[in-house]
Write a protein that binds this ligand. Structure first.
Ligand code: ACO
Length: 429
């Protein structure tokens, strides 16, 4: 017998079941609330509302735990690869050797884009942000592949999932090449997923390109750490848009737009811009921290704070270590890393940040790595989006398999005018 919660409103009481997840987290199931009492709940920002049951990713924000399909992020970061993590998230378990080969082979064989796609990128202004280009390009896949859009046909889902993961790196790289006026580089399918991505971004037809394995490993790690994060803003967007029964490409395109915002994935670009501002304007880290404590939200300490993590972000710990390792291996010393370390030390001891439980998040050090390997700041969030793809896909698939599937449609508390009759133009004051 499930525990029940009793809610009393206007003298009327209603019993609501308490549901429990596999890690002991509990929720009051309010599905009957409105039909039995006429009232709804109000929860701006959904800080207290569960929108689904999910078996993909577990986070304990108080303890700093993150697991994909039960596997701790630390273990995946140390032993796995991005494509293996993608398989894990999408299919629910780690692949056998042959399953991995077949998955990776299928992804690799789909990396090329339809030639007409070049005109698509060519039509964008030169200074188009890569996230605008990626969101539009992923949405446009539904125009190029109308044969695989049915969200309830397993074969069509499989094809569109593989196409999306494969073509994302080509589209992200094309978006970048277009912005710097260089020719698009075709995928080289004898290379790993990450190596292929980096050669499409950084090689050109005139020079021999050699990829530093340190760089390849660092990007692979960053993609693993970004691969899923349960019901965050962009993932909830993918689920909400997907609940209208629209195809995968359109749902993920919306997720990319949501990720772009500076409060979400766009923070990685903002962090590096903040570090550069501190360096170039000659202000001290302490002065910037003081500025970030003022009410003006435009000067927040970017890369700090998280809705769920109130102790530490486990991804940040891994990235911080990788950041030092990568810079040392590349023999690069950067002032930006020094400033980041100083900012972190000051903020972690500052009452304002301590009281509000604000800790560095995944974006705080990731930009320093991307920067050190030569990635332009406006590509950081597109790299993040590439990493988050498997998570969006897995969550979209889970949504469609959910016995509780319903179109997402929140309610509201109306605060506008009551009946307010139309006044003809000549009678208006
Ligand atoms: N710098 C300064 N103050 C901050 C910061 C920050 N980075 N983050 C939160 N605060 C303050 C707020 O002003 C607020 O103070 P108040 O109680 O005096 O009004 C308090 O801390 C709580 O902040 P909220 O915005 O209510 O917290 P919420 O959970 O809604 O927001 C968020 C979380 C959006 C991540 C926020 O911490 C933020 O804007 N951080 C900077 C942007 C960032 O790094 N985003 C990336 C997040 S990770 C990701 O999405 C991949």
């Amino acid at each position: 017998m499930a525990d029940m919660a009793t809610l009393v409103v206007d003298g009327q009481s209603i019993e609501l079941p308490v549901v429990e997840g596999s890690e002991g987290e509990r929720a009051i199931d309010i599905r009957k609330l409105r039909s039995e009492t006429g009232i709804i709940t109000l929860d701006p920002g959904f800080a207290n509302s569960g929108a689904c049951r999910s078996a993909i990713t577990f986070i304990d924000g108080e303890k700093g735990i993150l697991r994909y399909r039960g596997i701790p992020i630390e273990e995946l970061a140390e032993h796995s690869s991005f494509l293996e993590v993608a398989y894990l998230l999408i299919y629910g378990q780690l692949p056998s050797g042959s399953e991995f080969d077949s998955f990776a082979g299928s992804i690799t064989s789909h990396t090329m884009l339809h030639e007409d796609f070049k005109r698509f990128f060519g039509a964008l202004p030169k200074d188009a942000h890569p996230m605008a280009a990626c969101s539009a390009a992923v949405g446009a896949l539904s125009a190029f592949y109308p044969d695989s859009l049915d969200p309830r046909d397993p074969r069509q889902i499989e094809i569109s999932v593989h196409r999306l993961i494969a073509k994302m790196i080509t589209m992200a790289a094309y978006a970048y090449k277009h912005s710097i006026g260089q020719p698009f580089m075709y995928p080289q399918n004898d290379q790993s997923y990450v190596a292929n991505f980096l050669q499409m971004m950084f090689s050109n037809p005139c020079e021999k390109f050699e990829l530093d394995p340190v760089v390849e490993k660092a990007v692979d790690l960053l993609l693993i750490l970004h691969a899923d994060h349960e019901q965050n803003c962009s993932t909830s967007t993918v689920r909400l848009v997907g609940s209208s029964m629209v195809n995968l490409f359109s749902a993920v395109s919306s997720g990319i737009s949501a990720l772009w915002g500076p409060s979400h994935g766009g923070a990685n670009q903002k962090v590096i811009e903040m570090l550069e501002e501190i360096r170039d304007e000659g202000i001290t880290a302490r002065e910037f921290v003081e500025r970030a404590k003022k009410a003006d939200t435009t000067d927040r300490l970017m890369g700090f704070g998280h809705r769920v993590y109130k102790n530490f972000d486990p991804r940040m710990k891994i990235i911080k270590k990788a950041c030092f390792d990568v810079l040392e291996n590349l023999g690069v010393r950067t002032k930006l890393l020094e400033i980041a370390v100083e900012l972190e030390e000051i903020a972690l001891k500052d009452d304002y940040f301590v009281e509000r439980k604000l800790y560095p998040n995944v974006d705080f050090y990731s930009g320093v790595i991307y920067n050190a390997i030569g990635t332009p700041a406006n590509m950081f969030t597109a790299m993040f989006a590439t990493g988050r793809l498997p998570g969006w896909i897995a969550q979209w698939m889970e949504l469609h398999e959910d016995p509780d599937f319903k179109i997402g449609r929140p309610r509201q508390i109306y605060t506008g005018k009551q009946v307010n009759h139309y006044v003809p133009l000549d009678q208006r004051r």
